[in-house]
Design a protein around this ligand. Structure first.
Ligand code: ADP
Ligand code: MG
Length: 359
């Protein structure tokens, strides 16, 4: 197998499941994607959207129902996992509980019959990389969750795999460790200069780690883009909703002028920006709570009159629960003191009110 591949290509990769008592369905449907050597790819989507299935298809732990996987010109989707030689890191670490840190890490190398001196050298290298020097002889049960996950990462990278696959590796860690381990994963990826596919349901993880994000919903890729693109220009309403555009208003299209669209409702009139063609009639406006501004000045453009329903203090700012006279609910982040019951206005920049056709 070509360990120095330039690209890994997925073409129409599909996995169908048929459970007893449930109609057959595609957990992953027509996944087509080219990953360049050295890239850090995040596969992002809500729980149950098919992320783990997709990763297991790449690893060879599940057979494809349709499609193909290629390393440059070599088709690899019929190869067993050990022939692909990818490194896997799972959510639950999957360490051998009765083996020491070193034994867990060098297991794969011993299985391959590598000479002892070479094994010692490689293990010493990865122990340094994951910062576990001094912990060599402990058992997994004697380590913290973060340390155990670093053993799992060491075990995956010690075989020097051309591709590292990680399935929600941080989800069992507490908030502080999650942040630390996240930076470690990014550093290790850079140091190794290998390719990584990282599965997560956490937008922030994907945004902070990845060169490119693949957003998947219900087994179907919705968008492939840089973190900036996925964050600020979601491809459709479903991606916008998943990416934290919590404020969704269904309104009547009054006027379209290129990308500019003006929409109206009983007590709302907004101009926003569209990327997709809009049918006549109704459309959705999606806005982030942190991209709307609260003020008391009525009359300025693109404002909505609202009443403060509730204030949730968050430290650096507050999350305001707002309601228009006709009952549209909005959430806006704001600094300053606002009391429930007050009348205020919220403003949104035209380019940050994204307009989408009906879902
Ligand atoms: N072995 C299986 N048999 C039947 N259905 C499965 C199997 N594995 C996963 N599924 C279903 O496929 C869908 C995607 O699952 P999964 O890939 O685990 O999602 P994610 O990792 O994004 O949470 C879910 O509806 C899940 O219930
Ligand atoms: Mg999963």
């Amino acid at each position: 197998m070509n360990r120095d591949f330039r690209q890994i290509r997925l073409e129409g990769v599909t996995r169908r499941f048929s459970d007893a008592g449930r109609a057959a369905f595609n957990a992953v449907s027509g996944l087509t994607l080219t990953i360049e050597r050295g890239e850090f790819i995040a596969l992002l989507g809500p729980s149950g959207c098919g992320k783990s299935t997709a990763l297991n298809l790449v690893a060879g732990l599940l057979p494809l129902s349709d499609g193909s996987i290629w390393l440059d010109d070599e088709r690899i989707d019929a190869l067993p996992p050990e022939k692909r030689g990818f490194g896997m890191v799972f959510q639950n670490y999957a360490l051998f509980p009765h083996m020491s840190v070193v034994r867990n890490i060098d297991f794969g190398l011993r299985m391959r019959g590598m000479p002892a001196a070479e094994i010692r050298r490689r293990v010493a290298d990865v122990l340094k990389m994951v910062q576990l020097i001094g912990q060599e002889n402990k058992l997994p049960g004697q380590l913290s969750g973060g340390q155990q996950q670093r053993v799992a990462i060491a075990r995956a990278i010690v075989i020097q795999p051309p591709l590292v696959l990680m399935d929600e590796p941080l989800s069992n860690l507490d908030a502080k460790l999650r942040l630390e381990t996240r930076s470690e994963i990014r550093r290790i990826h850079r140091d190794l200069a290998r390719t990584t596919i990282y599965v997560t349901h956490d937008q922030e993880e994907a945004l902070s780690l990845a060169d490119r994000i693949i957003v998947m919903i219900d087994g179907v890729v919705q968008q492939i883009g840089t973190p900036q693109e996925v964050y600020s220009q979601p491809a459709n309403l479903a991606v916008a909703t998943f990416m934290g555009y919590r404020n969704l208003l269904e309104l009547d299209v009054e006027r379209s002028d290129g990308e500019r669209v003006t929409l109206t409702g009983p007590d709302v009139r907004l101009t926003g920006t569209r990327k997709l063609p809009l049918p006549d009639g109704r459309a959705w406006v999606a806005m982030r709570p942190e991209e709307m501004m609260v003020g008391d000045g009525a009359g300025s453009a693109n404002t909505i009159a609202v009443r403060v329903d509730a204030v949730e203090y968050c430290g650096r700012d507050s999350l305001l629960d707002l309601r228009t006279a006709s009952g549209h609910r909005l959430h806006v982040r704001a600094t300053g003191d606002y009391a429930a019951g007050t009348q205020v206005h919220v403003h949104v920049p035209v380019e940050r009110a994204l307009v989408y056709p009906q879902a």
